[in-house]
Design a protein around this ligand. Structure first.
Ligand code: AMP
Length: 216
């Protein structure tokens, strides 16, 4: 099963993609994670994209499309995948349709996490993760049970994304509205799109997503 999650930064795509990955035994393909890993490793691609990412700007289409196409060819994607953060522009969406068709594949569901923009700034600027196991937390909504200690692995090291500051979040939200939101009409036209209420609790959102998949 091949899924696509769409929503602005902070909508919960990454969190929900991890849950769907486990529920359906598919892989999570997050272009943001891939680019951050490349930047951290200092690869050629990583060095090229880091500054723009830190400003909240989108990376050029051709680079992203090639990266995701190569990733989908890997063996672990055979059982299906959940795309999180790609496509983000109309040319990316059109390229995805074409490259999947060339591989004999297609998307089964496109799921929108519909959220309230103003709430996203608060969600994003407060979020942090365990540096060791990547468990997600929030300054206000989800603090570790014991301050400074990860609930899941006991690590005392945490990190925040370089682009999770208020100024950059506003640029990222603008990029979503200008460049990514037109994808909703594109996928509505193909009959693949279902919208769920991304402002509900994490468990409720997961249930709604699974419900949309069950209903077909
Ligand atoms: P994310 O982790 O999805 O919020 O992505 C973080 C940053 O990576 C974005 O603000 C962009 O700079 C870059 N990025 C991730 N996915 C894409 C994409 N599909 N197209 C262009 N830029 C992307």
């Amino acid at each position: 099963m091949n899924l696509l999650l769409i929503g602005p930064p902070g909508a919960g795509k990454g969190t929900q993609a991890k849950r769907l990955k486990e529920a359906y035994r598919i892989v999570q393909l997050s272009t943001g994670d891939m680019l951050r890993a490349a930047a951290a490793q200092g690869t050629e691609v990583g060095l090229k994209v880091k500054e723009g990412m830190d400003r909240g700007e989108l990376v050029e289409d051709a680079l992203i499309i090639e990266m995701i196409s190569d990733r989908i060819d890997q063996n672990d994607c055979k059982n299906g995948f959940v795309l999180d953060g790609f496509p983000r522009t109309l040319p990316q969406a059109e390229a995805l349709t074409g490259l999947l068709a060339d591989k004999g594949l297609a998307l089964d569901y496109v799921l929108e996490l519909a959220v309230d923009d103003d709430a996203m700034v608060k969600r994003i600027t407060g979020r942090f993760t365990c540096a060791k196991c990547a468990q997600g937390y929030h300054d206000e909504f989800e603090r570790p049970a014991k301050d400074g200690v990860c609930n899941k692995c006991g690590s005392t090291e945490f990190k925040r994304r370089a682009d999770d500051n208020e100024e950059t979040v506003r640029t990222r939200l603008a990029a979503y509205h200008n460049q990514t939101a037109p994808l909703l009409a594109y996928y509505r036209n193909t009959g693949l799109l279902t919208s769920v209420d991304g402002m509900a609790s994490l468990d409720e959102v997961t249930d709604q997503l699974k419900g949309a998949i069950l209903r077909g």
